[in-house]
Design a protein around this ligand. Structure first.
Ligand code: SF4
Length: 335
């Protein structure tokens, strides 16, 4: 059966049980009628002043006839998603709970993984076999991420799509692995193409926060001569950690834990990837907007905070702000 997820959870358990994880964020954001999905949630009673991701996920979940259950992350996601899960449950959807312990306690997280395994009737042997299979695919995503910032041969949008796709591997890890292999081959050809703009010559940006409502942001930045070479949360979805221990892997995954743990990853990657500036994306009506205060206090790089609500397009004001920010960074970079 198909099991909906709204954030990264141990998908190894779902695959090992013979089910198919479906990241409902990806279903919503790639849907040809996104606005209609949001409107359907509003017709069902979700307020206008509510996160558009949650409304879109609700619309996407309602539209899928073959969705057997959804995983509710009861700690480590957000209270808006919590409300969404209760709404779906009240409409007859089976809800499977999963929680990330706030303090990243190994024993507590292992207990959560094992409860999830019991619910889906799988054992450690099956889950660890699946972990090895999925890690082979993740390694290709990590190589593409490295080619983004080291060689400058992957665009910001490609990087974003490859990494967000790791959350559910598009329901078929083998096919997803082949897709990444094809992209690696195409990227290899760019090495011999002097016409492909290298990130090294561009303004190098880091993107912090939840994935954008308008992915056209990436291509717009490229037209301004800037490239995102670090997608913070999306990279976390690919679990870029060298450990064969499944619990440890999800313990190192930063997104569900505190902003202070995320900051360590952001600082390290900002240095390593030689970033010129940061874009902090905040979703309208999301509690994570408040994290902007801590990020600004804690990071020394220039930062632009960008807020979008429901539109998949960048409006004129947003384009102008991005243009001004990139011009300022270019002046600082080249003098
Ligand atoms: S954007 Fe914020 S409010 Fe919306 S689902 Fe994500 S964490 Fe929750």
């Amino acid at each position: 059966m198909k099991i909906g997820i709204t954030t990264t959870v141990p998908v190894e358990v779902i695959y090992a049980a013979g089910h198919i994880p479906v990241d409902l964020n990806n279903v919503f954001v790639s849907h040809p009628e996104r606005e209609r999905l949001i409107e359907e949630a509003e017709l069902a009673g979700f307020p206008r002043s509510f996160c558009a991701w949650v409304k879109g996920i609700y619309g996407a979940a309602r539209e899928m006839d073959d969705l057997g259950a959804v995983v509710a992350v009861t700690q480590g996601d957000c209270s808006n998603t919590h409300g969404l899960m209760e709404t779906l449950q009240s409409e007859g959807m089976e809800v499977i709970p999963f929680a990330y312990p706030y303090e990243r306690d190994y024993v507590l997280l292992r207990a959560q993984v094992e409860a999830f395994m019991r619910r889906l009737a799988v054992d450690w042997h099956e889950v660890e076999d699946t972990l090895r299979r999925l890690d082979r695919v993740r390694r290709r995503a990590h190589r593409l991420d490295e080619l983004t910032w080291k060689e400058g041969l992957v665009t910001g949008l490609e990087n974003h799509l490859v990494l967000v796709g790791c959350s559910d591997m598009e329901g078929d890890p083998d096919a997803y692995g082949r897709k990444l292999e094809d992209l690696l081959a195409r990227v290899g050809e760019r090495e011999r193409d002097p016409g492909f703009p290298r990130a090294g010559d561009m303004v190098r940006l880091g993107y912090l926060g939840v994935p954008p409502m308008a992915p056209e942001l990436y291509d717009y930045l490229e037209t301004l001569g800037a490239r995102v070479v670090y997608n913070e949360v999306q990279r976390q979805f690919s679990l870029p950690f060298r450990t064969a221990d499944l619990v440890e892997k999800y313990r190192r995954y930063s997104y569900p834990y505190s902003i202070f743990y995320r900051l360590r990853d952001i600082r390290r990657e900002a240095r390593r990837r030689r970033l010129d500036g940061l874009i902090h994306y905040v979703q309208s009506f999301c509690f994570r907007q408040v994290e902007d205060i801590i990020l600004r206090r804690s990071l020394s790089l220039p930062m632009l905070t960008l807020e979008l609500d429901r539109s998949s397009r960048l409006d004129a004001r947003t384009r102008m702000r991005l243009e001004n920010f990139v011009s300022m960074l270019r002046r600082e970079k080249h003098g």
